[in-house]
Design a protein around this ligand. Structure first.
Ligand code: NI
Length: 218
């Protein structure tokens, strides 16, 4: 059986290879940042580092957004990969459970995480969705999906089911109101919440300037 270090190293290479060339904001560097954030939060919170690191590395390996809405593709692909490395069954089950529950599913849909490791990885993934990096990723994603930057006559929609949320194809500014500005109050850990506050303030400042420019007032 491979050592833990070896499993993590091989998983990193596998993910780098799989996500190479992604232009949707879900590229390797997103994974790299989430992994670092998750490890920092795991140390503060006392979460298991191996499970945290593996779940962070594999959390976007087959995201539903790029698999016709299929949210079982990610955990399956991650589980198959870890099995080929001979990872222990408890670790595999825990990592797959995190990947299957981590995603945002709409403003009106709760997404509780079952374990401390899940809470830490979800916080790290959400931190990378907000702030300066989050803004860059949001527009990259919108461009990748051929979406408008903004349309003044299309108001945001607060989705009440994952199915509704999946079908959403509105302009990118709406995404701030439908998801990004709601994340600060949904953080699981105290350390994550503190980091989210600064990133949240930056997005508010950004949107304020955006609308002043849009309206010819700046
Ligand atoms: Ni992610």
């Amino acid at each position: 059986m491979a050592s833990t270090e070896n499993i993590i190293e091989q998983t990193q290479k596998f993910v780098e290879n799989e996500l190479e060339g992604d232009g949707s904001g879900h590229d390797w560097w997103h994974i790299h940042r989430v992994r670092n954030l998750a490890c920092t939060l795991a140390e503060t919170e006392g979460a298991d580092l191996t499970v945290t690191e593996l779940a962070a590395l594999l959390h976007d390996i087959a995201d539903w957004k790029f698999h016709n809405g299929d949210d079982s593709a990610g955990p399956k692909k991650a589980g198959d990969w870890l099995k080929t490395l001979g990872a222990d069954t408890d670790t595999i089950a825990h990592v797959c459970e995190i990947i299957s529950t981590i995603s945002y599913k709409g403003a009106g849909v709760a997404t509780p995480m079952q374990t401390l490791e899940g809470k830490v990885v979800q916080d790290a993934d959400r931190l990378d969705a907000i702030g300066a990096v989050g803004i860059a990723r949001t527009f990259a994603y919108g461009g990748n999906k051929d979406r408008l930057i903004y349309h003044p006559e299309q108001a945001p929609v607060l989705h009440h089911s994952f199915e509704e949320y999946k079908k959403n194809d509105g302009h990118t500014i709406n995404h701030f109101y439908e998801k990004l500005l709601l994340l600060k109050d949904r953080m699981n850990t105290a350390a994550g919440r503190k980091m989210a506050e600064e990133r949240h303030r930056f997005m508010e400042l950004y949107l304020d300037q955006f609308f002043r420019e849009w309206n010819g007032n700046a």
